[in-house]
Design a protein around this ligand. Structure first.
Ligand SMILES: Cc1ncc(COP(=O)(O)O)c(C=O)c1O
Length: 274
């Protein structure tokens, strides 16, 4: 079938969505040594006559990587040269820290006509569970999307639509407060995990830290399962996020500062016991 090129580690649904649509997922792994950045040369090298689309997910779940303008310009060039559609999931677009900038992919020259932009209210407005998001793109892609959407999802809940309008009209000061608070938690968790001895890349966006747990001698699944059983701290094994995720675990900092302090204490105790 047709192939979707997917930089990984990435949100768990991407590969499954490609398969569900009758296609195949081709993973382009990134590494901590290279700041989990997408390598455009690796992307281009993976293109075959079956390639149909590229799925970008930046700011990234689970690594917190943010794609630079230069990288995205290269992706735009590759997409144009090989006539590929780009699906850009920018649901964490407002959650970037430390002076890093999020670049909206369809805002790049020539990119708009081949891009399907995905967004939602779950992250920027802390409305997870409200089930409201959006897609913007060329009319013929949206037409195909609506055909499937109408008979599966039907519509976003009316209550969530009203809440989303209120968020857009009045939410801005709260988003700014939230970003400042996430940044504080980000610094706590990254320095905490590194001090414990779990090498952790400094995330530039989203709300996850991605420590390398394989340095303890345990694989990511064993590390996460035992941490849950022994200390009741829930983190996600990195192998769930595709190639390049193995040996890491995803720690969400979308919880209170105090809970993160407690979790770090528990992780320290656990690692010291290993
Ligand atoms: C990268 C990414 N895209 C999309 C979603 C879906 O969010 P929702 O279903 O809440 O709109 C998530 C949620 O975790 C995500 O991390």
């Amino acid at each position: 079938g047709e192939e979707m090129l997917i930089p990984t580690p990435c949100f768990v649904s991407y590969q499954a969505e490609a398969i569900l649509a009758g296609g195949a997922a081709v993973e382009i792994p990134s590494t901590m040594e290279k700041n989990f950045e997408l390598d455009p040369r690796a992307l281009e090298a993976a293109i075959t006559p079956q390639s149909k689309a590229i799925l970008l997910g930046f700011p990234n779940n689970p690594t917190g990587a943010v794609a630079s303008r230069e990288t995205l310009l290269e992706v735009a060039r590759i997409a144009e040269e090989h006539d590929l559609v780009v699906v850009s999931d920018e649901i964490y677009d407002r959650l970037v820290y430390g002076g890093h900038k999020h670049v909206c992919f369809p805002s790049l020259p020539g990119a708009k006509q081949r891009t399907l932009l995905l967004g939602g209210f779950s992250k920027d407005y802390a409305m997870t569970g409200w089930r409201i998001g959006y897609a913007c793109g060329p009319a013929e892609i949206i037409k195909g999307l609506v055909r499937a959407h109408q008979y599966t999802v039907m519509s976003a809940p009316t209550t969530a639509q009203a809440a989303a309008i209120a968020a857009l009209k009045e939410g801005e000061p709260y988003v700014e407060q939230m970003v400042a608070e996430y940044d504080r938690r980000r610094r706590l968790i990254v320095s905490g995990l590194n001090e414990i001895g779990l090498p952790t890349f400094e995330p530039k966006g989203a709300f996850y830290a991605f420590p390398k747990v394989s340095v303890t001698g345990l694989d990511d699944e064993t590390f996460a399962t035992r941490l849950l059983d022994e200390e009741h701290v829930a983190i996600v094994p990195g192998n769930a996020f595709g190639a390049g995720g193995e040996g890491f675990c995803r720690c969400s900092y979308a919880t209170s500062y105090a809970k993160l302090e407690t979790a770090l204490e528990k992780i320290r105790r656990y690692v010291n016991r290993l």
